[in-house]
Design a protein around this ligand. Structure first.
Ligand SMILES: *[C@@H]1O[C@H](CO)[C@@H](O)[C@H](O)[C@H]1NC(C)=O
Length: 206
C-alpha cells in the first residue's frame, strides 16, 4: 500500500490559467479538490528560482490536505480545467517520504512516471479535451511502500516564444532557455513531433 498526496504543478505561459481539481484512483475519487494541494489562484508560476514552482504558491505544505491511498500499478485519472494552450502533460512522483502531508517536495527525488507529448497531430491538451479534460495513466508496478507526492504538470507552450513564458521547475531541474521550454519558433516552423517534455525519460521498473 502506498499513499499519495497530489501536488498541483501549474504551468506557465503568461496567460495560462487552468487548475487541476480532481483525481480518481481506479475510478474512485476522494472528492472535488480533496487530496490536492490547491493553489490560492490559477495564476501560473513562471519564476524558475521560486520554491512555488514545486507545488504552486503556498504549496510547500500539505497541512490539512488528505493523503489518499493507492497501490503500485493502480490506474490514476486526473481532470484539469479546459485548456486551449498547446502542450504536454507529465506526472512525477516524489518519495517515499515520512509524510506526504508535511514534505515540501523541494529538491531532488522527483521521477517521471508518465508523459504525453504530441501524438497523431494533437497536443495533450487537445487529446484531454476530447475526454472531458481527463488524462489516465498507471502508477509503476514496482514502487516501495510509503507516502509520495504526485505531481501533475501541464506545460503551456503558447508562451514558449518568450523567455520566462513557459517553464516549470523543481528549482534547479530546468532552465528557462531549455529547448523544450523556450521555443521561439513555436508557431513558425517548429516541428511538434520532435517535442519531448522536460524532466528526462519516464522511469522504468527494473
Ligand atoms: C465532465 O467533468 C465534469 C466535472 O467533473 C462533470 O461535472 C461532468 O459530468 C463531466 N462530463 C461528462 C460528459 O462526463
Amino acid at each position: 500500500m502506498m499513499k499519495l498526496l497530489v501536488s498541483i504543478a501549474l504551468i506557465a505561459g503568461a496567460s495560462a490559467h487552468q487548475n487541476f481539481h480532481q483525481f480518481w484512483v481506479n475510478d474512485v475519487s476522494p472528492g472535488y479538490q480533496v487530496g490536492i494541494r490547491m493553489p490560492p489562484s490559477n495564476n501560473p508560476v513562471t519564476d524558475v528560482t521560486s520554491n512555488d514552482i514545486v507545488c504552486n504558491v503556498g504549496g510547500t505544505s500539505g497541512t490539512g490536505v488528505e493523503t489518499v491511498a493507492a497501490k503500485a500499478g493502480d490506474t490514476i485519472k486526473v481532470q484539469w480545467d479546459s485548456s486551449t494552450h498547446p502542450g504536454p502533460i507529465t506526472h512525477m512522483l516524489y518519495g517515499p517520504v515520512d509524510s506526504a502531508a508535511s514534505t515540501s517536495g523541494v529538491g531532488a527525488g522527483w521521477f517521471k512516471i508518465d508523459e504525453q507529448d504530441y501524438v497523431d497531430g494533437k497536443w495533450a491538451n487537445e487529446i484531454m479535451e476530447a475526454v472531458n479534460m481527463t488524462h489516465t495513466f498507471k502508477l509503476p508496478t514496482k514502487l516501495k511502500s510509503g507516502e509520495y507526492l504526485l505531481r501533475s504538470e501541464m506545460l503551456a507552450l503558447h508562451g514558449s516564444q518568450t523567455l520566462g513564458g513557459a517553464q516549470i521547475s523543481l528549482p534547479g531541474a530546468y532552465n528557462e532557455d531549455d529547448s523544450d521550454i523556450y521555443i521561439p519558433d513555436f508557431y513558425y516552423g517548429f516541428d511538434p513531433t520532435t517535442y519531448k517534455a522536460p524532466g528526462g525519460n519516464v522511469a522504468t521498473c527494473a
